[in-house]
Every structure is written in structure tokens, then in C-alpha cells.
Design a protein around this ligand. Structure first.
Ligand SMILES: NC(=O)c1ccc[n+]([C@@H]2O[C@H](COP(=O)([O-])OP(=O)(O)OC[C@H]3O[C@@H](n4cnc5c(N)ncnc54)[C@H](OP(=O)(O)O)[C@@H]3O)[C@@H](O)[C@H]2O)c1
Length: 273
């Protein structure tokens, strides 16, 4: 695995996401334990391969994804994994946020969260109180770093102005099919030492059948997923967290680093999308 040091943090270029782990097919974020063992094995494999950045949220399967993470990391020294979890916009008032963090810590069975993130905001007015509550969690040692997600550049700047702690990352959708962040947010992160954590790096699977992507992959003896992830983490300040619920997918995603497509291939990819 390749690693990146950004905002004072060393992270694997590729970690693992957990949205839809432990979720029933029907019902909004309804938990379902029937596939937990496979998810636990996938997370364990990711950690074994050096992809120890695990991304979860109180929202995912209504907290059950955090419980899956707890089982996957059981027995691993705490400092050997890096856990990001997120608080919902309905919990951004101080007391709610502090209670949400307590619940996440309990479900995760850990004494601290590496990055605690605002999942998204329903209004910019929610930011100040939430960030100040997060400062309290940092002060108490429950949270190591503060992050945000789905923030515009202006919202990120506002969040940063509310705290002396660093806002280490903005987690946003970024993949070959959705390159909106390249216009303003990515350059801002690159210039200001902020991690851009790319979510849905495989377009939730939608981009993997693309002909150009498939051709570049074939030329390098790689898979479309490996090329899509490689392209993302070749960008300065970008790390990513593909969700993979099988050991096979984790192994494949681990093979996305350690090689480089040539300039002509990169140009072909960038022109296609
Ligand atoms: N902050 C936010 O608002 C936000 C929003 C969305 C996502 N996220 C985070 O980002 C993570 C990743 O995004 P995502 O889950 O939306 O989408 P994604 O990672 O782009 O795609 C996940 C899908 O791709 C499949 N997959 C994984 N590796 C593969 C491979 N090597 N070959 C073929 N298919 C592969 C997975 O299948 P299997 O499950 O069968 O392995 C799953 O169906 C989430 O899990 C979550 O942690 C955050």
C-alpha cells in the first residue's frame, strides 16, 4: 500500500468504506446481521494489507456498521487502525452531538475516534455550534481530529474559522464520473494542506463497465476498479475509501497502488470523463 502524509496525518492512499455493510435490502438504513461475517473478514483483510483507514458513520445501518467495525478490529492494537465516523445533521446541536459521539464510541468499542466528521449540514448555520462541540471532544481526548463531509469550499473555510483545531479533511464524492470538486475544492485542499477524502470512488460500481477504463486496465494487466482508484489517488492530497464487502474486492483494491499508467492513458481517461 502507498501512504500519504497530509495535514500531519499518515494515511493509506486506499482505505475501506462501510456504507451498506449490515444493511437490509429494504427499509431506510435498517440493520440486518445476515452478512456481518463476510464484512468483518473484508475489513480484517483490509487492515492486514495496510488499508487501515476505516470509514463509517452513525447513519450506516443505523449504527450497525459501527458495530461491525468493532468486531473487525477486536484484538488489533487501537493505534494500528484509523477510524473515521460521522455525526448526522439532526445531531449537530451541542448536547446531541456529544451524545452521538458517546454512542458511536460505544458501538465502536473504542476510547477515541481518529476523525469525527460532520456528515453533512442542512444549513450553514449549523456549523459553528457543531464545530465548537467537536472542540470539546478533542479537549476531552475522545476525538483526535475534526473533519467535515459534503462541505462546499465556503463551508469548509467557515468551519475552519470556528476552531483553532485543524479541519483535517473534507470527505466528498469524487470519481471519474463526478469530478465537480476539481473546480474549486480540490485546489483549495491542495493549497491549504487539507485531505480530500474521496467517497464513492468506484461510482458505486457504475463506472466499471466503461470502455476506455476497461481498455486502459487491460493494457496494464489491471482491473477497471484498480485503474479508477489509481487515477484518484494519483491526485495530490487525495485518499479514498472504497467500500468492499468481500475479501476478493479488498485484495483487488489493494492492487490499485504501486504502479502508474502512462501519460497517454491518463489523457485518454481524463478526456473520456
Ligand atoms: N460522506 C458521505 O456522505 C459518503 C457518501 C457515500 C459514501 N461514503 C463513504 O465512502 C465509501 C465508499 O463509497 P460507496 O460505498 O458509495 O461506493 P464505492 O466504494 O464507489 O462502490 C462500492 C461498490 O463497489 C463494489 N466494489 C468494491 N470493490 C470492487 C472491485 N474491486 N471490483 C468491483 N466492484 C467493487 C462494492 O461491492 P461489494 O460491496 O460487493 O464488495 C460496492 O457494490 C462508503 O462505503 C462510505 O464509507 C461517504
Amino acid at each position: 500500500m502507498e501512504y500519504r502524509t497530509i495535514a500531519g496525518l499518515k494515511l493509506p492512499a486506499i482505505g475501506i468504506g462501510t456504507w451498506n455493510m449490515g444493511r437490509a435490502r429494504l427499509g431506510y438504513e435498517k440493520p440486518d446481521g445476515s452478512n456481518d461475517e463476510q464484512c468483518i473478514l473484508a475489513i480484517k483483510e483490509a487492515v492486514k494489507l495496510g488499508m487501515w483507514h476505516i470509514d463509517t458513520a452513525e447513519m450506516y445501518s443505523s449504527g450497525h456498521a459501527e458495530q461491525i467495525v468493532a468486531k473487525a478490529i477486536k484484538g488489533i492494537p487501537r493505534e494500528k487502525v484509523f477510524i473515521t465516523t460521522k455525526v448526522l445533521p439532526s445531531n449537530l446541536k451541542r448536547e446531541y452531538l456529544l451524545a452521538a459521539a458517546r454512542s458511536s464510541l460505544q458501538r465502536l468499542q473504542v476510547s477515541y475516534i481518529d476523525i469525527y466528521m460532520i456528515h453533512w449540514v442542512n444549513s450553514t448555520g449549523q456549523i459553528k455550534e457543531a464545530i465548537e462541540a467537536m472542540d470539546e471532544l478533542v479537549e476531552a481526548g475522545k476525538v483526535k481530529h475534526i473533519g467535515v463531509s459534503n462541505f462546499s469550499t465556503a463551508q469548509l473555510k467557515l468551519a475552519q474559522s470556528c476552531t483553532d483545531n485543524k479541519i483535517v479533511t473534507n470527505q466528498v464524492q469524487y470519481n471519474l464520473l463526478d469530478r465537480r470538486c476539481e473546480k474549486e475544492l480540490l485546489p483549495y485542499c491542495q493549497e491549504n494542506n487539507v485531505i480530500l477524502t474521496a467517497y464513492s470512488p468506484l461510482g458505486q460500481g457504475k463506472l466499471l463497465k466503461n470502455k476506455v477504463l476497461t481498455a486502459v486496465a487491460a493494457k496494464h494487466g489491471k482491473t477497471p476498479a484498480q485503474v479508477a482508484l489509481n487515477w484518484l489517488v494519483s491526485k495530490k492530497n487525495v485518499v479514498t475509501i472504497p467500500k468492499a464487502a468481500s475479501v476478493g474486492h479488498v485484495l483487488e483494491n489493494a492492487g490499485a497502488t504501486g504502479w502508474k499508467p502512462d501519460q497517454a492513458d491518463l489523457a485518454m481517461l481524463e478526456n473520456e470523463f
